[in-house]
Design a protein around this ligand. Structure first.
Ligand SMILES: Nc1nc2c(ncn2[C@@H]2O[C@H](COP(=O)(O)OP(=O)(O)OP(=O)(O)O)[C@@H](O)[C@H]2O)c(=O)[nH]1
Ligand SMILES: [Mg+2]
Length: 368
C-alpha cells in the first residue's frame, strides 16, 4: 500500500527543503517517491525547485488542499497510478491548518473515498515542521513577533494538531537552546512526538524517513479552532507570485542580482514593519538553478542553492508571503524589480504578476 505523508508547518519553516532531502534519501534506499506541492496562487518556486531535482511533482494551485480537496485527491491518485510510488510526500500551504478534520478524516471516510478516488493509501503521522526562531518569537516571547495575533494563533494551531513536531534548523542552535525549546514544546503539546532535525544538514533525517514509512497515524483529534480568527490570519498575509524571463547584456553571477532584489525588499519591509513570512526567488537557466529565501525582516537571506556558472539569460520566479496589504506588496516588488533591472541593464520579458490576500478558508469537508 502507498504511504501518504503530509508535511505541514508555517511558511518558511523548511518543508520543501525537508521534502527534497527526504525524497533523495528514499531514492538512495531504492524507494520511489511522489511529491505534491500546494499554493494559493500559481508559478510556484517549490514545484520548480523539486522538479529540478528529478522528482515527480504534482501541484495543487489556487487554494489549499482542504479547499481543493477534489483536486488534491485527483493529483495524489494520478501520482499513484502513473508513478507507482512507495511514498507520497505532500506539502500543504504554510498558512493552512485543521488538516485532520479537512483532509485525513475525509480521506478515511468511506463515502468520500468512493466519490473521489480509487487508490488506497495508508497514512503517516501528521508531521509539522517548525522554525525555532518563530517559536521564540510567537510563543516563548523571547523575541518580538511582528505578526498580528491572528497569525500567531494560526501558527500555534498548526503545532496543536501535529502528531510529530519537527523542530527544524537545529544547525543554527547550540545544544542548550535545542533542549530548552524541545522541553517547552513537549510541555505544551504533550501528545506529540518532538524530533529535532536539520532539513538542510540532514540531521535526524534517517530516523524521520523510517518513521514516515513504518508508523501510522493513530491520533485523529479534530482541532478546536475558530475559523473567524483563522480567516483573519490568512487575510493579513499579502500573497504575491511573479514570473519573467531575464536577459542581460553579458553573463553575470545571478546570486548578486537576486540578493539585490531580496535586500531592497527587506529594507522596504523593515521601514513599514511588514514582517516577511517567506520571500523566495528561484532563477532557472539551462541546466542550472538558484533558490534564495528570506523568512523574516530580521534575518539574513539564505541561499538554498546557487548557480554553478555565470548566466546572461534565465527565468525568474518570485513568491512573497508578507504581512501586508496585497497592493502595497505589489507596488513595492514591482518597484524593486524595476530598480534592479535598471541597475543590471536587464530586459524583462513576459512579466506576469498576481497579488492577493487569501480568501476565508472554506474546506469542502470538515469532519468532527
Ligand atoms: N539553517 C537552516 N536553514 C534551513 C533549514 N531548512 C530550511 N532552511 C532554510 O529555510 C528557508 C525556507 O525553506 P523552505 O524549505 O523553502 O521552507 P517552506 O516551509 O517550504 O516554505 P513555504 O513553502 O513558503 O511555506 C530556506 O532559506 C531554507 O534554506 C535547516 O535545517 N537549517
Ligand atoms: Mg515550501
Amino acid at each position: 500500500m502507498i504511504k501518504l505523508a503530509i508535511i505541514g508547518g508555517f511558511l518558511g519553516a523548511g518543508k520543501t527543503t525537508l521534502i527534497l532531502n527526504l525524497a533523495k534519501r528514499y531514492r538512495e534506499l531504492g524507494l520511489k517517491v511522489g511529491i505534491v506541492t500546494n499554493d494559493q496562487g500559481s508559478d510556484l518556486v517549490d514545484t520548480e525547485f523539486l522538479k529540478s531535482a528529478g522528482f515527480s511533482v504534482m501541484e495543487v494551485e489556487g487554494g489549499c488542499f482542504c479547499c481543493n480537496f477534489d483536486v488534491f485527491t485527483e493529483k495524489v491518485d494520478q501520482l499513484a497510478k502513473v508513478n507507482f510510488p512507495d511514498i507520497i510526500l505532500a506539502e500543504p500551504v504554510g498558512s493552512c491548518t485543521d488538516l485532520i478534520a479537512t483532509i485525513f478524516k475525509p480521506l478515511i471516510n468511506e463515502e468520500v473515498f468512493l466519490e473521489n478516488y480509487v487508490s488506497t493509501f495508508s497514512y503517516s503521522p501528521l508531521s509539522v515542521v517548525v522554525d525555532p526562531k518563530r517559536i521564540k518569537r510567537v510563543m516563548m516571547e523571547e523575541e518580538n513577533s511582528l505578526f498580528p495575533n491572528e497569525i500567531n494563533y494560526l501558527f500555534t494551531k498548526q503545532l496543536e494538531e501535529a502528531n510529530v513536531i519537527l523542530l527544524n534548523k537545529i544547525d543554527l542552535l547550540n545544544e542548550i537552546e535545542v533542549e530548552k525549546i524541545i522541553s517547552y514544546i513537549k510541555q505544551k503539546y504533550t501528545a506529540a512526538e518532538v524530533i529535532p532535525i536539520s532539513a538542510k544538514d540532514k540531521l535526524g533525517l534517517d530516523y524521520l524517513a523510517n518513521l514516515l514509512i513504518d508508523e501510522h497515524m493513530d491520533q485523529m483529534n479534530t482541532l478546536d479552532i475558530d475559523y473567524d480568527v483563522y480567516g483573519l490570519a490568512e487575510a493579513y498575509l499579502g500573497w504575491l507570485n511573479a514570473a519573467c524571463y531575464v536577459t542581460l547584456e553579458e553573463a553575470i553571477d545571478v546570486s548578486g542580482m537576486m540578493l539585490a532584489i531580496i535586500e531592497k525588499c527587506q529594507k522596504e519591509f523593515r521601514i513599514t514593519h511588514s514582517e516577511v513570512a517567506h520571500l523566495k526567488l528561484y532563477a532557472i537557466a539551462q541546466e542550472d538553478y538558484l533558490k534564495v529565501s528570506l523568512v523574516s525582516i530580521d534575518e539574513e537571506p539564505d541561499f538554498n542553492k546557487k548557480m554553478e556558472k555565470m548566466q546572461s539569460q534565465f527565468n525568474l520566479i518570485i513568491n512573497a508571503r508578507v504581512s501586508s496589504k496585497p497592493q502595497y506588496l505589489k507596488t513595492t516588488i514591482e518597484r524593486v524589480v524595476d530598480e534592479v533591472r535598471q541597475q543590471y541593464h536587464a530586459v524583462l520579458q513576459d512579466f506576469k504578476i498576481e497579488c492577493f490576500a487569501p480568501a476565508q478558508p472554506n474546506p469542502k469537508y470538515r469532519m468532527k
